[in-house]
Design a binder for this molecule. Structure first.
Ligand code: SF4
Ligand code: SF4
Length: 363
């Protein structure tokens, strides 16, 4: 029996290439919490196959298993067959949406908010032009930083001012990245293209963003002209433009954001900034490519809040086991997730974005 779902050949190949060894159980954060196979990469790929072959209907239970995959990519690192699980499940979500299946309700609301308001929080239009005059740098903070972590934007501004870098800020619209993960590929690409053409019309030499998901969305359109704040800050230090006035003598660990690490391969720049700050860096057992998802990426915390909160709490407990004073990350979503979780389970543990640490020491 066929379902009528239309997936690209390469996605089908990945789905059918899974040989069901179950190694992904050791890495999938949703499986770690739910403890049942349908919340694991393997279970999701089995469901994908059943959906494609028309053996099951996309009811709420099945859709939750598929759409709760947060594209963290941890399963791909441990998979002996190197199955591209994220691409396969993203293609399945797109095929479901294209066939007229309605995703889970919170995802429908996020989709509507982004299309209507240019941001997922549905609080009216963001300012769409650069906020200030011409600059060497255009800072694109991204929706999560603007809405939930404005202190991070102030920290980046303080760094740019300390390094005497002229800059302007572009507050929107949304880069579309979360929509890609949620199965709205066409809308995601249209939004990224629209944002990229707005940016192209600016005279800024560099575009920087603290958000790995925005960077991932913009890279295909802007190439190396757009970069992450951590690599940009490291360059400023190498050029002697950004100088730290003091050092801090505490113990820290670093949480690699899934997208910044596994997808963009940026592992060293944030660590080098931490070393420069004087902090003693102690690694968690799960770091770099094996980092554990904080649960909040691609706005998954708005669609599956309980699951996301539990993931963040577990990550905080891992940081505590290392015995550090501060947990540092480099992504507004991770910063928000881990700060909220620390308030709940470990008030003594400070949580900061690496930009906040550098801003504190550079000004
Ligand atoms: S580790 Fe890879 S091959 Fe094995 S079950 Fe998971 S996705 Fe399939
Ligand atoms: S991408 Fe992450 S959440 Fe999705 S199946 Fe793989 S490990 Fe699980």
């Amino acid at each position: 029996m066929a379902s009528g779902l239309s997936l690209p050949e390469n996605a089908l190949r990945e789905i059918f290439r899974c040989f069901r060894c179950g190694y992904c159980r050791s890495a999938c954060p949703t499986f770690a919490i739910k403890g049942s196979e349908s919340w694991n990469a393997r279970g999701r790929l089995i469901l994908a196959r059943e959906l494609i072959e028309g053996h099951v209907e996309p009811d709420k239970t099945i859709l939750d298993r598929i759409f709760s995959c947060n594209s963290c990519g941890a399963c791909e690192v441990v998979c002996p067959a190197v199955v591209r699980v994220v691409d396969a499940l993203t293609a399945l979500k797109s095929a479901l949406v294209a066939s007229g299946v309605k995703p889970p309700e919170p995802i429908v609301k996020i989709h509507e908010a982004i299309l209507r308001h240019g941001n997922p929080f549905g609080r009216g239009q963001y300012q769409e032009g650069p906020k200030e005059g011409k600059g060497e740098v255009l800072l694109f903070p991204g929706c999560v930083a603007l809405e939930l972590e404005p202190g991070l934007i102030r920290a980046i501004e303080a760094i740019l001012e300390a390094a005497e870098v002229p800059y302007s800020i572009l507050e929107g619209p949304c880069c579309g990245s979360p929509l890609h993960n949620m199965g709205f590929k066409g809308d995601a690409e249209r939004l990224a293209e629209r944002l990229a053409s707005k940016i192209r019309s600016s005279s800024a030499e560099h575009v920087i963003t603290p958000c790995p998901m925005c960077l991932l969305a913009l890279r295909p359109y802007l190439g190396q002209r757009v970069e992450h704040t951590t690599t940009f800050m490291r360059k400023l230090m190498d050029e002697g433009r950004l100088v730290l006035k003091r050092k801090v003598g505490l113990k820290a660990t670093y949480h690699d954001p899934c997208v910044l690490g596994r997808q963009l391969g940026i592992y060293e720049a944030p660590r080098e900034l931490i070393w420069q700050s004087g902090l003693e860096l102690l690694e968690m057992p799960r770091s770099r490519a094996n980092s554990a998802c904080c649960g909040y990426g691609y706005l998954n915390f708005m669609a599956y809040p309980e699951l996301a909160r539990e993931m963040a709490k577990r990550r905080i407990l891992e940081a505590l086991e290392v015995g550090v004073d501060v947990l540092i990350t480099a992504c507004p979503s991770c910063l928000h997730a881990l700060s909220e979780a620390a308030r709940e389970v470990a008030r003594a543990l400070a949580v900061s974005d690496v930009s906040e640490v550098i801003a504190e020491l550079a000004t």
